[in-house]
Design a protein around this ligand. Structure first.
Ligand SMILES: [Mn+2]
Length: 191
């Protein structure tokens, strides 16, 4: 029987700290992290072994965990097999020297991968090095999900929150279709 949906979903913590990087704010944010983590984690496995994936976000979203190395350090402190990383090409493109090296450093801790171009546009339309990323995923034997993450500019309120102010494809359907075709070509044709 399939695990319940909650046991199969990645969980993201969005800890916003933009513009107020002080010791006090950092301490409060970390306290909030550990409180949320305590509520969400499942150390006894009594809730079906919920897996938690922590996502490093770029400097414009948070001051806590920006890089893969910081994420790995945090996960190593937690020391639990059900806790890993969610990496996102948009954030990695801002914070990492090399996407391929970052994925290699995450290794087995990579639970989920979110992809989009450097501007959140459809994969293949910008300057992300997809070949390097695909090679690195294949070297680390990643067999998890690769999901497309972008945001629509068409919903007032949400688009402001996600800084999505202009369309990144002619239509949202075209966005999805071209992304899927490109991702299949890059990630499924590789032996
Ligand atoms: Mn993301």
């Amino acid at each position: 029987m399939d695990a319940p949906l909650t046991a199969r979903c990645a969980v993201e913590f969005h800890l916003l700290g933009r513009g107020s990087w002080t010791k006090r704010v950092c301490a409060l944010a970390w306290a909030r992290f550990w409180k949320s983590f305590g509520r969400a984690s499942d150390p006894s496995g009594s809730r079906g072994g919920v897996r938690i994936a922590v996502e490093p976000l770029c400097r414009y979203d948070t001051h806590l965990i920006n890089t893969v190395d910081q994420g790995v350090e945090l996960i190593q402190q937690i020391e639990h097999e059900n806790v890993g990383l969610l990496l996102d090409t948009f954030h990695m493109n801002i914070e990492e020297k090399s996407l391929g090296d970052a994925v290699k450093r995450a290794g087995d801790l990579l639970f989920h991968l979110q992809v989009c171009e450097n501007d959140r546009g459809p994969p293949g339309s910008g300057h992300i090095n997809w070949d390097e990323l695909a090679l690195s995923l294949s070297h680390t034997n990643y067999d998890g999900w690769i999901s497309l993450e972008s945001f629509t500019p068409y919903f007032e309120g949400f688009s402001e929150m996600m800084h999505s102010f202009r369309p990144l494809a002619k239509t949202q359907d075209e966005f999805a279709r071209s992304s899927l075709n490109y991702l299949k070509e890059k990630f499924l044709t590789r032996a």
